[in-house]
Design a protein around this ligand. Structure first.
Ligand SMILES: [Fe+2]
Length: 146
């Protein structure tokens, strides 16, 4: 593919589709940020590593994820949400996996391997959208809004 065909941004992960909205403006906004980061990763993959790196994405992830999960967990605690511990466990597993992928990315010896890790990151986040956000988070907000 001609490099000129690559757009400056993937543009596919900009606005959180309704399928992944949970019905709470704060939480949806935070999830949209995650979606936006996916766009940067997609851009990196499509450029075959020419469009910078995804170091920054991991950097943002750490702060963003910590704050975002804390926000959800605080709300569940206040509401005595019965599935808090299961939910918290998924958050912990997410953070562990992101750390693993970050290490794999940092340890990848060349651009091709880094791009391969970026593909794994994107796939993992897609799975998180459909497996956690659309299910667990939606269920949590359903409870909190009762
Ligand atoms: Fe969550």
């Amino acid at each position: 593919m001609n490099a000129q065909n690559h757009s400056a941004s993937g543009g596919e992960y900009r606005f959180l589709p309704q399928d992944f909205q949970v019905g709470d403006p704060d939480v949806d906004f935070q999830h949209e940020m995650l979606f936006f980061l996916m766009d940067g990763i997609l851009n990196y993959i499509r450029s075959e590593g020419e469009a910078g790196s995804i170091d920054m994405v991991f950097g943002i992830f750490e702060d963003y994820i910590r704050d975002h999960f804390k926000c959800e967990e605080d709300r569940m605690e206040r509401a005595h949400y019965p599935e808090l511990e299961v939910h918290r466990g998924e958050h912990q597993a997410f953070q562990n996996r992101v750390l693993e992928l970050e290490r794999a990315y940092a340890g990848a010896e060349d651009e091709q391997r880094k791009v391969a890790v970026a593909v794994q990151v994107l796939e993992f986040l897609k799975g998180w959208l459909s497996g956690h956000i659309a299910v667990m988070d939606r269920k949590m907000i359903g409870f909190l809004n009762q």
